[in-house]
Design a protein around this ligand. Structure first.
Ligand code: KG4
Ligand code: ZN
Length: 352
């Protein structure tokens, strides 16, 4: 077998990340997995307001239109040329099939004509590594550490992972039904709020009394690190059925109580894991729901005395973005270059 090109052995690497797993089209240039030179995100979310969610075919059509302009803008904003890019990292899944195809097909073609190695990145790994992305002026002397506990909460997943390195993690808890973001989205829809529901629901909850309405504690009698959110959603549905004419303040109270129930369920589990695993150095909160300020404050109230808590440096790194894909691509190349390239080894790209 040929020796891996010298490039993979270098520690300094500039990666062009591409992310198109849902309704966003994003391209980002990241140096050494941490320094974001730019992160461009084009979203077709507005097109789906009032439609109850993303329409996959329409999302993919929009992505076909904007992927090349987004990549071009990313290179311009980062003030780099194609020659400055060492590798391309692209989300290979999971996600909407048509959307993923737009990103991977574009990345394959660019990798081939630009003669760059192509790294296939799991979207979830991107979220896990979003913690490593630095905001301008952040303290570089305080990098995240392993072993850490990561709660990954978004529209499609709610996972608790013990991570010993970027490529070594164990899933110790997951949702048995809806994902946390789904619980926010479905709750928001029941409350008559627009998609995506998380930000809308947490806005409505501002100024609400989170103890005004009682919600069940899911799985509270089980010795498990798993989650369950469907009971909370059903409880919200019945509360709304039984109280059809809520005043504005009561609606706020209900939104705050529902948000509290979701966040408390998540933080109770985390507290439990931290008690059981004394070797954990840090707690990382990632994914779209990590933008939720009540979840952050509740987490701080519950475990900040025991371990360091981190969430992505800016809100744009919480939700889907290409910077996290470039970061994950970088760490994959550092820890496991064969694995990073295996699913995307475009023979032609490597041979040229
Ligand atoms: O990570 P993400 O952008 O996409 C997926 O991979 O799913 O997460 C989107 C999810 C949506 O369910 C959205 O409602 C939720 O994250 N979300 C929030 C907030 N911002 C986004 N949930 C609660 N509070 C927020 N502030
Ligand atoms: Zn995501």
């Amino acid at each position: 077998m040929d020796e891996a090109p010298e490039l993979y052995k270098l520690s300094s690497m500039t990666i062009l990340g591409i992310e198109t797993s849902c309704d966003e089209t994003s391209a980002s240039v990241v140096k050494d997995g941490t320094q974001v030179l730019c992160c461009i995100i084009a979203s077709s979310r507005k097109d789906f307001e009032g439609k109850g969610g993303v329409i996959p075919e329409e999302a993919a059509r929009r992505q076909v239109e904007c992927i090349l302009p987004v990549i071009t803008r990313a290179l311009e904003t980062a003030h780099i040329t194609v020659d400055d890019i060492d590798s391309i990292a692209v989300t290979k899944g999971p996600g909407l099939l048509g959307s993923l195809l737009v990103g991977t097909a574009t990345a394959r073609v660019l990798a081939s004509i630009w003669k760059k190695p192509l790294i296939g990145v799991d979207h979830l790994l991107g979220h896990l590594d979003s913690i490593w992305l630095q905001s301008e002026g952040s303290d570089k002397s305080d990098p995240p550490m392993f072993p850490c506990l990561t709660l990954s909460v978004s529209g499609g997943h709610s996972d608790l992972r013990l991570r010993r390195s970027h490529t070594n993690n164990t899933l110790i808890g997951t949702t048995r039904d809806d994902a946390a973001g789904e619980a926010f989205d479905k709750g928001a829809s029941l409350l008559g709020l627009s998609y995506p529901g998380g930000p809308a629901l947490s806005k409505l909850a501002e100024g609400g009394n989170e103890h005004a309405f009682k919600f069940p504690s899911p799985l509270h009698q089980e010795e498990t690190f798993d989650f369950s959110f469907s009971g909370l959603k059903t409880s919200l549905k019945y509360t709304l059925r039984d109280h059809p004419n809520l005043f504005e303040q009561e609606k706020k109270d209900l939104a705050a109580s529902y948000q509290y129930a979701i966040c408390k369920h998540l933080t109770d589990r985390i507290e439990h894991v931290v008690e059981k695993h004394s070797d954990i150095q840090e707690m990382h909160l990632v994914g779209g729901v990590s933008a939720n300020t009540r979840l952050r404050s509740l987490l701080q109230e519950s475990i900040y005395k025991k371990i360091t808590i981190r969430w992505p440096a800016t809100l744009r790194y919480c939700t889907d973005n290409a910077a996290m894909i470039a970061a994950a691509g970088y760490f994959l190349m550092q820890e496991s270059p064969e694995k990073a390239l295996e699913s995307f080894v475009t023979e032609a790209a490597l041979r040229c």
